[in-house]
Design a protein around this ligand. Sequence first.
Ligand code: AKG
Length: 271
Amino acid sequence: MNCEQLIRQLKASGYGVLADVIPSGAVQRVRDSVLETARQHAVRSNFAPQGTSQIASLIRYDQSFAEYLVEERLTNIVTALLGEHYRVSFTTALVNHPGNDRGQWHADWPYIQSLGARFPAPYPDLIMHLTMLFMLSDFTVETGATIALPGSHRRGTNPTAEPVADRLDPLPGELQITGKAGSALLLDSRCWHAAAPNRSAEDRVAVAVRFAPWWLNLEVLRPNSFLRKQMVERANKPDAPAPTIPPEVFAQLPENVQPLFHHWIDAPPAQ
Ligand SMILES: O=C(O)CCC(=O)C(=O)O
């Protein structure tokens, strides 16, 4: 699929797969690095299904995937969808171990209706945030390729507005988004999706990177920001961990990757 076809599919269906973003000769190295980082830093997230491990703010610990964030076709697609000067909002490692549970249906931040910081439904029919998964394992039905509901990105709301118990059942029209290791799965973050059970004998490994246009306010994700205190902490609403990055780690990123992360350099706490 070329870039134009992928953009058309993403606009119509809410998702698309770009093959070979990480060259086949490099996938194993990145996968090994992410698995090693997961062994040291993975935590259980309240949002994640049983049998999975996540590392929030992965870029703090592991930069092995960074250079592929500026792959030419990926850059062209994200620029076409979000405009120039887009930024990374989150980096998260996802390790789905053999036998993991199916996940809850959801859309991603900022559309998660149970969080303090959210775009309240009904939200407009506009692409405002992208979710990208670097596949570091083959995504097949057996390994637990991400489940998605095509077209759901245009509904203006999503299952996170409903009780958790109602978010686990299969939905008519759902499918699994398959692809070879090294591919990038792109989702309009409004698209309803869920983790699938991994029925293989190996971990299914991915790195989720989310992209925001320059104009989307990410300050609420920053530890100690006024907005975070106001919207998340005082409201006592759970939220994703904040993704800041130490200056010495930032300095090691490739020069053409740094603009994607400049806003996340650790800052002194606000007074
Ligand atoms: O692991 C998967 O396939 C899905 C991950 C997911 O739902 C997410 O990161 O929002």
